[in-house]
Design a protein around this ligand. Structure first.
Ligand SMILES: NC(=O)c1ccc[n+]([C@@H]2O[C@H](COP(=O)([O-])OP(=O)(O)OC[C@H]3O[C@@H](n4cnc5c(N)ncnc54)[C@H](O)[C@@H]3O)[C@@H](O)[C@H]2O)c1
Length: 298
């Protein structure tokens, strides 16, 4: 799989980890050279050992999550509308970690296709004890330019699919208890507005309502439901926003931790929430934003 060469000029676009290349590897900056947090052993994070469905697992945060779960020994099904990506990530999981992994080509907004994808995953990987809804879209439209199409597409992928995936997977998740868990990938936009993406902001805030409601409904069945709210993460979704080194440096300077996130920063938190280490955490949202939403401009 192709990698991106580092940019050479100061204002050129900075390379983003591409494909199934591990995050951090080609992103060194002065700030990144400070001692990194030590990686903790993965033995506890692989419990339970049931399979996990990762939507949007072909790229970005979903891809990093699939790899981190495979690292901990959990079988993973990468569900993505771009099948080639899903297959590449599944291959990387199998080759690097020796875990079971499959790619499934699916548009998660097609509710009628979900039961079949669950059956395919169940047949290939065994009991399914986890769901990560990382598939998402963002369309730049402020409220005065919003169209029905943009609103519907954004809500369909980011919010309606989360609900319908949960419904479709609930019987499998109950079968896999104890230890079943769901993580929705929301956003800091659930708390702080970005006026250019009104539908996105609404969908991500809606996901937090769904998190609480699903946690309430499914808790008695032994299924935990939580959300993560990432800040600025370097992925395909943010390629346009992070157009140059200067832009990235400016954004980083506004973040208490002084750097934008890599997908892996979010993936390890999702893996924790899916694991028995988080056995008493449900109905909650966890910001993974370097401190952005806890501060105000100074
Ligand atoms: N990147 C960020 O800065 C950031 C910040 C906060 C929240 N998020 C959220 O994190 C999630 C992942 O974002 P990312 O940056 O990794 O995005 P990305 O664009 O890099 O990857 C998204 C993946 O989802 C897949 N996908 C999109 N629509 C789909 C559909 N209908 N069916 C199946 N697959 C579909 C895409 O093919 C792609 O592989 C999204 O929900 C996004 O809103 C991202």
């Amino acid at each position: 799989m192709a990698t991106t060469k580092p940019a050479t000029t100061k204002t050129a676009k900075r390379s983003r980890p591409a494909g199934v290349i591990p995050a951090r590897s080609n992103t060194a900056t002065k700030r990144d050279r400070r001692p990194q947090t030590r990686r903790i052993p993965t033995e506890h994070l692989g419990s339970p050992s049931t399979a996990v469905v990762v939507t949007g697992g072909g790229e970005g945060i979903g891809q990093a999550t699939a790899l981190r779960l495979a690292e901990a020994g959990r079988p993973v099904a990468i569900w993505d509308k771009i099948g080639e990506r899903a297959d590449d990530v599944a291959l990387a999981c199998r080759e690097r970690f020796g875990t079971l992994a499959i790619g499934v080509t699916i548009d998660v907004t097609k509710t009628d296709d979900l039961d079949n994808a669950v059956a395919v995953t169940r047949n290939s990987l065994g009991v399914i004890g986890g769901l990560v809804h990382a598939a998402g879209v963002i369309r730049a439209k402020a409220i005065d330019q919003l169209t029905d199409e943009i609103w519907d597409e954004t809500m369909d992928v980011n919010l309606r699919a989360a609900a319908m995936l949960t419904k479709a997977l609930t019987p499998a998740l109950i079968e896999a208890t104890p230890g079943s868990a769901i993580v929705y990938v929301s956003s800091m936009d659930a708390f702080v507005s970005n006026k250019l993406v009104s539908a996105y902001d609404a969908s991500k805030a809606g996901l937090l309502g769904l998190t609480r409601s699903a946690a309430h409904a499914l808790g008695p069945s032994g299924i935990r439901v939580n959300a993560v709210c990432p800040g600025y993460v370097r992925t395909e979704m943010t390629d346009l926003m992070f157009a140059t080194d200067a832009v990235i440096d400016h954004i980083a300077s506004t973040i208490p931790l002084l750097r934008v996130a890599e997908p892996d920063d979010v993936a390890t938190v999702i893996r924790f929430l899916l694991s028995d280490e988080a056995a008493y955490v449900t109905g909650s949202s966890l910001t993974v934003d370097g401190g952005v939403t806890s501060t105000r401009p100074s």
